[in-house]
Design a protein around this ligand. Sequence first.
Ligand SMILES: Cc1ncc(C[n+]2csc(CCOP(=O)(O)OP(=O)(O)O)c2C)c(N)n1
Ligand SMILES: [Mg+2]
Length: 395
Amino acid sequence: MTVDSSAARKPRRSAAGKAGTTGTKRTTRTTQKSTAPELVQLLTPEGKRVKNAEYDRYVDGITPDELRGLYRDMVLTRRFDAEATALQRQGELGLWASLLGQEAAQIGSGRALRDDDYVFPTYREHGVAWCRGVDPTNLLGMFRGVNNGGWDPNGNNFHLYTIVIGSQTLHATGYAMGVTKDGADSAVIAYFGDGASSQGDVAESFTFSAVYNAPVVFFCQNNQWAISEPTEKQSRVPLYQRAQGFGFPGVRVDGNDVLACLAVTKWALERARDGEGPTLVEAYTYRMGAHTTSDDPSRYRGDEERQAWEAKDPILRLRRFLEASNHADESFFAELEAESEALGRRVREAVRAMPDPDHFAIFENVYADGHALVDEERAQFAAYQASFADAEGGH
Ligand SMILES: Cc1ncc(C[n+]2csc(CCOP(=O)(O)OP(=O)(O)O)c2C)c(N)n1
Ligand SMILES: [Mg+2]
């Protein structure tokens, strides 16, 4: 099925694409497909279920209870995210990276996973963390600056947030190669963004995972922006087509359609478990908010773009579907609203109650067995701290 993704901006002509810059005829632009890219969609923005011969089987058995569960996951994740943004504005967090608009991509893919699968996130995967059972309050310690992570990765098979763009795709690939060596049938999923797709680490992880047939799913949330850089500055072809050059399949899914994200991720995970190697999933979505609370998107993009994507809101479309198919009534939505408010309050109270860390904790866990340089730095810091005591004593 081909859906016209008319909201996609036309690629701007880049300097690299200008013909004649070297005096010879350049043919690279002809490699781009002239037709609109395929987009897997099972729920339209109006909440209508559309048939899909390839992917229907992954969601055909889904119960009304599970559908309400997906809706609840998205609503609670959005509520948590809004609370975290507010907490940053009130000085309780140093920074926050909002997932607003990307709930379907994260909940759909997150709910496709098995407990024994392993997740390597970026810094924005709050919805995936929710699906893994990581308590939302644990996500906030690092953003408050009171710890370096906040959860045990092996507790929920959910790795710590990774800020170094793209590096977690290599961690995921290595882990997946290990899964094969162990003879296990679990799968690994690496989350990354459209901007990260330009990183060398991502290209290397594509190469290694393809050659070693590693059971890994590369889940790229193309939210159209890498801070202030639009996607067309990252690639001359739609991102999912990159996989072809590495020798594994890539598919573009409507990232605001939770059912399609669930189905496509299940398919990709099944391939991994069946020994068919890596898959690239490009979830075509939109970052509705700022890159982080330190960013002001009005400096580089207009409101029209945001408005166009608002009409495709992931939560609204599932609500329309639930209502039209009589799978949820008013009391369900009212109870969920109350649950959301309670979650907001719990998060707020938990953040305010987080104790300041011991000043010397920063030197712990740098190396497993200690290191002379770290010891030296710890001693220097101790002397620095002691200098305040001396100064106070002198008054
Ligand atoms: C190796 C590296 N280079 C640069 C940065 C600074 N940086 C932080 S987020 C970001 C953009 C990432 O964009 P994208 O991959 O699309 O993810 P998104 O933030 O949109 O989810 C950059 C360049 C970084 N953290 N790491
Ligand atoms: Mg991005």
